[in-house]
Design a protein around this ligand. Structure first.
Ligand code: GRF
Length: 197
């Protein structure tokens, strides 16, 4: 199965997926909306095709998404993986990849969609925080949930210390979901996702 991974920064989730060496998965390309994304250099050094489409070069969100879609489809992916990809996607783009585009969000959705999730969890007095891998739909951070992992929020946590605990779980559950998808074990029923064991 061909996989294209989209990043915007360090790409630690992309790295975890590459290093998992998932059977049956071929990382066809790593694409970023930021030419300076550190993950691009990491992927290139491993011989993975990389591409940067600077979203600032496009007149509109629609133009950028159309260019991204053309670039992605050139690799004919079975799965598109958003990994630290910090762009809101147009409904047309999410529709085009319906059922075959995943995202990881650093909260236990549906709690804390959007940004600054760790700070919000701490300020809300949460005892648990975590991450969610979900299929991407037109509604931001609200698609069918494939996997979640919870971590404790400690009294002395800062957003950074909590993020460091959560991201370890991201690097565990994201490769597991990608492997399940590649093995054809994910069944989407409405907002529910069943993973055949
Ligand atoms: C992570 O917190 C991830 O949950 C969010 O972006 C952050 C950076 O991800 N999507 P990465 O290290 O670039 O994969």
């Amino acid at each position: 199965k061909q996989i294209v991974i989209l990043i915007s920064g360090r790409g630690s989730n992309m790295q975890a997926i590459v290093e998992a060496r998932i059977a049956g998965a071929q990382i066809a390309a790593v694409i970023s909306n930021r030419p300076d994304a550190a993950g691009l250099a990491w992927a290139k050094a491993r011989g993975i095709a990389t591409l940067a489409l600077d979203h600032k070069q496009y007149a509109s969100r629609e133009d950028f998404d159309a260019a991204m879609q053309a670039a992605i489809d050139a690799f004919q992916p079975d799965l598109v993986v958003l990994a630290g990809f910090m762009r809101i996607l147009t409904p047309a783009f999410t529709r085009h990849y319906a059922g075959r585009m995943l995202n990881i969000h650093p909260s236990l959705l549906p709690a804390f969609p959007g940004l600054h999730t760790h700070q919000r969890a701490i300020e809300a007095g949460c005892k648990l925080a975590g991450c969610t891998v979900h299929f991407v739909t037109a509604e931001l951070d609200h698609g069918p949930i494939a996997a979640q992992a919870a971590v404790p929020v400690l009294d002395n946590d800062t957003p950074d210390s909590l993020a460091a605990r959560v991201v370890q779980e991201e690097h565990r559950i994201y490769p597991a979901v990608v492997a399940a998808f590649v093995a054809g074990k994910l069944q989407i029923n409405g907002l529910r996702v069943q993973i055949q064991d």
